[in-house]
Design a protein around this ligand. Structure first.
Ligand SMILES: Nc1ncnc2c1ncn2[C@@H]1O[C@H](COP(=O)(O)OP(=O)(O)OP(=O)(O)O)[C@@H](O)[C@H]1O
Length: 233
């Protein structure tokens, strides 16, 4: 885990395009270890695009993107893969592997990192049980509800204790009680040093937690607004 306060990512004047169409403009952002930010904004503001950029799923068109102290423009494929392994992502479209069970989807990052079968068996079962999915470990995504799939995607994203967690509306299909549980999971990770970016349309969630809010509009990021609310979770 990162030392609290260490810079996890830094963006300077970053832009991103889909083909010739600009999606993000002139983004400046610095996130430190253990920080937690909500990302809000209207549909089409660029929130998912920002997460695609930060998860290295889509390249910047201009500007500088530094992750874990490395300028990503200067990294080779192997180094990029190592950087990606430190990032947990809950994609809006989840991107679960259809042919794998819930268990094997969550186990995937551990397998990639070379964990033993015993480690995998214990930690994946524990995580899925904690998420309330203990009864459906062997089901494939098509046999799960949308909310259950979302929880599997969260389990997979956090399994290797990422240094950076990017979550795109991870609570959109689950009930309030489960959403609270996920918030506790994300908060525990951030206390251990993970920098968390949480994209959401859920205003009650943003109001409830005392974390700075990054607001996006028309592909631009406004400066963070520090929350003045007391901790109520
Ligand atoms: N794959 C793509 N190809 C071309 N344009 C895209 C693509 N994905 C998004 N866009 C465009 O980029 C802009 C930003 O979209 P993005 O999905 O990042 O917004 P968002 O804030 O996440 O929206 P929402 O809250 O609806 O998920 C929009 O104008 C959108 O139409």
């Amino acid at each position: 885990m990162e030392q609290s306060g260490a810079t996890i990512l830094q963006l300077e004047g970053v832009g991103m395009r889909y083909g010739a169409t600009p999606a993000l403009h002139d983004i400046d952002l610095r996130l430190t270890a253990g920080s937690f930010h909500f990302v809000v904004g209207p549909s089409g503001a660029g929130k998912t695009s920002l997460l695609r950029l930060l998860s290295l799923s889509h390249p910047p068109a201009e500007g500088k993107l530094v992750l874990f102290g490395r300028d990503v423009a200067k990294l080779d494929q192997e180094e990029l893969a190592a950087v990606r392994r430190r990032i947990g992502v809950v994609f809006q479209d989840l991107r679960l592997l259809d042919h794998l069970s819930a268990f094997d989807n969550v186990a995937l990052p551990l397998r990639i990192n070379g964990a033993s079968d015993e480690q995998i068996s214990t930690s994946v079962s524990q995580m899925l049980t904690w998420l309330g999915l203990g009864d459906v470990l062997e089901r494939r995504p098509a046999e799960l509800s949308m909310g259950q799939r979302q929880l599997v995607a969260v389990g997979r994203a956090v399994m290797c204790r990422p240094s950076l967690l990017l979550a795109d509306e991870p609570t959109s299909s689950i009930d309030q009680a489960k959403a609270q549980r996920l918030m506790h999971l994300f908060l525990s990770l951030s206390r251990l040093g993970t920098a968390v970016l949480f994209v959401t349309h859920a205003e009650q969630l943003v109001r409830r937690y005392p974390f700075p809010v990054l607001s996006m509009k028309d592909g631009r990021l406004r400066p963070p607004v520090p929350s003045v609310l007391p901790m109520s979770a």
